[in-house]
Write a protein that binds this ligand. Structure first.
Ligand code: FAD
Ligand code: UDP
Length: 366
């Protein structure tokens, strides 16, 4: 069978390319995914109790870019939702990221914003933190680092924060005011009927065929195509010839309770106690009404054949290896490597939308 474009991966990156090629360029597209569903890590579904949950962990969409928001808005209405998280530390549930209230509750003080700021200024010792520990201590000092970050990061990454790049923690801010939203972005929400529904609308075209439960390597030799869009793992494409890139994995323990509500917030972080890092209660994200409630206990794990690659691990070895693979990738014709696996990069969803649209426009829509 001949297609204009083959897309490996039915995640957000792959589906955006499929939508653009099919609707804008009238191209025949085949999407291949080795999982039994579309949506990649955004996949959500109604569990046996009828509660909408995210299979691969909580996903909250946010962006500052109107065009990114509007692009997805062509395929979904929004459930407007502002994310806020609390951390369970020292017998308190306090706002996280750390803000003025977090500090005052924990220390039983009544500091003003200026006083808190001057405390934080006193912790700063470098303009160039060398690792994740330095990045946090530089912002909040040793005590708050030990309380909120050290054990959580060791659980999350299975390694000492000193071994991790400063960027690992840099997306978590510290606020001197009482702002308790996790994200500042102008546009925030979840697709009203879920991510899977939104992505089904994106690929609702006679030009698009989908093959699930299929590793592309098993069939690609028998398919004719002009362009390949690859969103699978970078090292796998090259048969690991330079070595394997490391990932951190997660396991989600799903539990449903015979009660309407389980916890105060959609996400509660547990930095120090327990093996899990956080508990997510989905109804509090999606706004669904139901007399029961489903939560995920999130356990970080080593990545192996049995579990999914979730987070690229930001250290020197992986950075060098990734760059070598990307160099090889650049020498290939008619193939685009894009997305969190194919670029071995932590990408939030809005960054994927921006990057995929940008790449499509530059390469295929001039
Ligand atoms: P993916 O969604 O991983 O899609 C890649 C697809 O390729 C997969 O479906 C996979 O099965 C398929 N594939 C791989 N190998 C093969 C093969 N050999 N053959 C065929 N198919 C293959 N971002 C946010 O903006 N907000 C959030 O709240 C948020 N929360 C997150 C929480 C967690 C726990 C994690 C891990 C990430 C979170 N993200 C969040 C990031 C978000 O998940 C990514 O931006 C997004 O999934 C990237 O899409 P993608 O298409 O690049 O990759
Ligand atoms: N982090 C932490 N304590 C927390 C939350 C986050 O130490 O309560 C650190 C941890 O290393 C984590 C990083 O900050 O990997 C980034 O946090 P974020 O909430 O952005 O992680 P994600 O949502 O991607 O899991």
């Amino acid at each position: 069978m001949k297609y204009d474009v083959v897309i490996v991966g039915a995640g957000l990156a792959g589906i955006i390319f499929a939508e653009r090629f099919a609707n804008l360029k009238d191209k025949k597209v085949l999407i291949i995914d080795k999982r039994n569903h579309i949506g990649g890590n955004l996949y959500d579904y109604y569990n046996y109790e009828g509660i909408l949950i995210h299979k691969y962990g909580p996903h909250i969409f946010r962006t500052d870019k109107r065009d990114v928001w509007d692009y997805l808005g062509k395929f979904t209405d929004w459930h407007y939702y502002q994310h806020s998280v609390v951390a369970n530390v020292k017998g308190f549930q306090v706002p996280f990221p750390i803000n003025l209230d977090t500090y005052n509750i924990l220390f039983n003080t009544n500091l003003s914003q200026e006083e808190f700021q001057s405390k934080l200024d006193g912790y700063k010792f470098t303009d160039d933190p060398k690792n994740a520990e330095e990045a946090v201590v530089n912002q909040v000092g040793h005590y708050l680092y030990e309380t909120f970050f050290k054990a959580y990061t060791i659980k999350q990454w299975g390694t000492d924060p000193k071994e991790l790049h400063a960027d690992t923690v840099s997306r978590v801010p510290v606020r001197t005011d009482k702002e308790s939203r996790y994200f500042y972005h102008k546009y925030q929400g979840l697709p009203l009927l879920g991510y899977t529904d939104m992505m089904m609308s994106m690929i609702d075209s006679k030009n698009i065929s989908i093959m699930l439960n299929t590793d592309y390597k098993d069939i690609i030799d028998g398919v004719e195509f002009d362009e390949l869009i690859y969103t699978g793992p970078l090292d796998y494409y090259f048969d690991y010839e330079l070595g394997e890139l490391d990932y951190r994995s997660l396991i989600f323990e799903e539990r449903t309770f015979e009660q309407e509500s389980f916890q105060s917030h959609s996400v509660v972080n547990y930095p120090n106690n327990y093996d899990y890092t956080r508990i997510t209660e989905y109804k509090k994200l999606t706004g669904q009404k139901h007399h029961k409630t489903t939560v995920h206990f999130e356990y970080p794990m080593e990545h192996n054949e049995a579990n999914e690659p979730y987070y690229p691990i930001l250290n020197e070895r992986n950075k060098i290896l990734k760059n070598k693979y990307l160099e090889k990738a650049r020498t290939l014709n008619n193939i685009t490597f894009i997305g969190r696996l194919a670029e071995y990069r932590y990408y939030a969803m809005d960054e994927i939308v921006e990057s995929a649209l940008d790449s499509f426009n530059k390469k295929f829509n001039r």
